[in-house]
Design a protein around this ligand. Structure first.
Ligand code: GLO
Ligand code: MG
Length: 344
């Protein structure tokens, strides 16, 4: 029995289209997805603002809230919670050059409008968390904007959200690049610095995604640990990644089991979940996956997580302490490998 609760977003089941080719699987309706998510073992759904309210740019504030209430009723029907809402500030013509740090004032205003509406939607869905994945916040042309100005823009955008709703929490999902070239907030260290500069740092934390940490050349378990040391890990996006290249969002643990194990272990050791946090997955199916297997990468990720949780529960801390006292790290490494290989 897992100690954790799991969450997922509707974008984690998709048709397989990529930048180089069309869809390879059928589109699945939102309701069908969440029904299956509940059956597979997820207890909460993550949303982009327009996952909850499609076409929201053309709706009034009241209409947006009314649409969100319909989604809440669907969640209730399947016994699911909403975990967070993330303003999608990377698809719209207004966000070509980013949102909060766009070079155009009207685009920055659009980004704030979407952020405030995301807060409204979150409230209707019964959650208090806004995730900011800062997809296009940075520079495509290094000379186009000052990184000092851009960083301050991010802080003041967050301050405005904190003011808009006195109980909402803001959670930055750092990523060093892609689609932006040079990001402004690339790692958990950046997130903590930005958090500290806001008017209410307690309400500003991070969402660590395994693949994003790896793209920054960092160990995701250490990024998780760094955030947890300051009570700043508001959620996680677990997945896997084969090296420093484009963001792959592979199933959790399929590339590097030891790195995955250490992510589970650091979460377990430090009581992740005791404040209601979910273990979120952000994984993509391979393009070759068939319609029938549209959810297999999610089931695999959950099964791998739970198997690693069981290994982490069995991790022999007395032996670890004994080996550490002798500085026998070769021995400790081999013990860990034996545990992972099923030899312990
Ligand atoms: C992409 C991100 C993306 C976000 C999602 C929620 O690299 O990981 O999937 O997590 O849009 O904001
Ligand atoms: Mg993510």
């Amino acid at each position: 029995m897992s100690k954790f609760k799991f969450s997922v977003g509707p974008w984690n089941v998709h048709s397989g289209a990529d930048s180089y080719g069309p869809a390879t699987r059928d589109e699945i309706s939102f309701e069908e997805k969440i029904k299956r998510f509940a059956e597979i073992g997820f207890s909460a759904i993550q949303f982009h603002d327009d996952d909850a309210v499609p076409g929201m740019n053309d709706l009034t504030e009241e209409e947006i809230k009314a649409e969100a209430r319909k989604v809440k009723a669907l969640l209730d029907k399947y016994g699911l919670k909403a975990e967070f809402v993330a303003p999608r500030l990377w698809m719209d013509p207004h966000t070509i050059d980013g949102g909060y740090m766009s070079t155009r004032k009207e685009d920055r205003e659009f980004a704030m409008w979407r952020s405030f509406r995301s807060i409204d939607i979150a409230r209707e869905l019964g959650c208090d968390l806004i995730v900011l994945w800062l997809a296009r916040e940075g520079t495509l042309c290094a000379e186009s904007k000052s990184p000092v100005w851009a960083t301050k823009q991010l802080v003041s955008a967050i301050d405005e959200m904190l003011d808009y709703d006195p109980t909402i929490r803001i959670c930055i999902e750092p990523k060093p690049n892609e689609p932006i070239d040079r990001s402004i907030c690339g790692t958990m260290g950046h997130v903590l610095a930005v958090s500290a500069a806001t008017k209410d740092p307690k309400r500003v934390g991070g969402n660590l995604e395994s693949a994003h940490a790896m793209l920054a050349g960092l160990d995701p378990a250490h990024e998780i640990g760094f955030a947890m040391a300051f009570d700043k890990l508001f959620t996680v996006h677990l997945n896997d990644q084969n090296g420093i290249k484009f963001d792959q969002d592979k199933s959790f643990g399929v590339e590097n089991l030891r790195v995955a194990f250490n992510q589970v272990r650091v979460l377990l050791e430090n009581g992740y979940g005791k404040n209601g946090e979910y273990v979120g997955l952000d994984v993509k199916a391979m393009r070759t996956t068939t319609n029938e297997d549209s959810y297999k990468h999610l089931e695999n990720s959950l099964n791998i997580f739970k198997a690693l949780e069981e290994k982490a529960e069995r991790f022999d801390y007395a032996l670890r302490d004994e080996l550490v006292a002798k500085r026998d790290f070769e021995g400790l490494e081999m013990y860990t490998m034996r545990l992972l290989m099923g030899l312990e």
